[in-house]
Ligand binder design. Structure first.
Ligand SMILES: [Fe+2]
Ligand SMILES: [Fe+2]
Length: 256
């Protein structure tokens, strides 16, 4: 089973980067399913139903979300009704949406789970223990986890904690692709961060003319998505069709 996962899609440049490049990547890599993190798709913060549908039209089939999931309130009902939208599983009980879902890919059930880290992030329940609690319910060896976190150490520790119990743990949130892809001894593919689909000349997707002065002055300012051409970052995973163990992991990055 071949999975293509795209990192955080940031604003219009990120959406258009996916629109323009995904058909080519689909032809070249022939993924069986395309998943993307869409937490920054609407103006850099959150996602709306219209924008989620736009991403589905471009060929994305499942959208994971991260700490910006609550950025646009219009998405709340869709988080409940659309099984293709997943917010972090380790948020408080009773909040809108769900943290994992089951999808038919080829003739196999693929589970996809989103989790949020807790290091240098907003408070959330323990992603390690939430994974442990949920894993027995998920009756498939094919499990893709988007671990949305700031700290490399937390993502790496998590991947070792779940090695052999997930097919892949791929990090998101930093918007910067790391070069540490590997397959762990138990068969879990890991990458600390897949990177973003968003404006290349930017500070992790945001306008440098706003962000650089913000660092210099520490005055509050409203973030705006930068307007440059996009970088598109992803990862290609091959899973054994019987065991769900990762056979290969390859980073993809297309710069303008
Ligand atoms: Fe993000
Ligand atoms: Fe994030």
């Amino acid at each position: 089973m071949r999975i293509l996962f795209l990192g955080d899609i940031v604003g219009k440049p990120g959406r258009h980067g996916v629109r323009d490049l995904l058909p080519e990547w689909k032809t070249r890599y022939a993924p069986d399913v395309v998943i993307a993190n869409g937490e920054n798709a609407a103006g850099g913060v959150g996602i709306t139903p219209d924008i989620a549908n736009e991403l589905f039209r471009y060929g994305i089939e499942i959208i994971t979300l991260g700490n910006h999931v609550w950025g646009k309130k219009e998405i709340y009902p869709a988080l409940e009704s659309d099984p293709r939208l997943l917010r972090p599983a380790n948020y408080a009980p009773g909040v809108p949406g769900k943290g994992w879902g089951m999808f038919q890919v080829l003739d196999k059930p693929l589970a996809v789970m989103a989790l949020a880290g807790r290091v240098f992030m907003e408070p959330a329940d323990c992603p390690f223990r939430v994974f442990d609690a949920l894993r027995p319910e998920i009756e498939t060896p094919f499990l893709f986890v988007d671990f949305h976190g700031e700290a490399t150490s937390e993502k790496m520790a998590f991947s070792l904690h779940v090695d052999g119990r997930a097919s892949a743990v791929i990090g998101t949130h930093t918007h910067t692709q790391t070069a540490d892809e590997r397959i762990l001894p138990g068969g879990t593919a890991f990458l600390s961060d897949v990177g973003m689909c968003g404006p290349y000349d930017s500070v992790i997707g945001m306008d440098p003319d706003i962000i650089v002065p913000r660092f210099l002055t520490q005055l509050p300012s409203k973030f705006e998505v930068a307007k440059s051409d996009p970088v598109v970052c992803g990862v290609l995973l091959d899973l054994d069709r019987q065991t769900g163990r990762a056979l290969s992991i390859e980073r993809l990055q297309h710069r303008p």
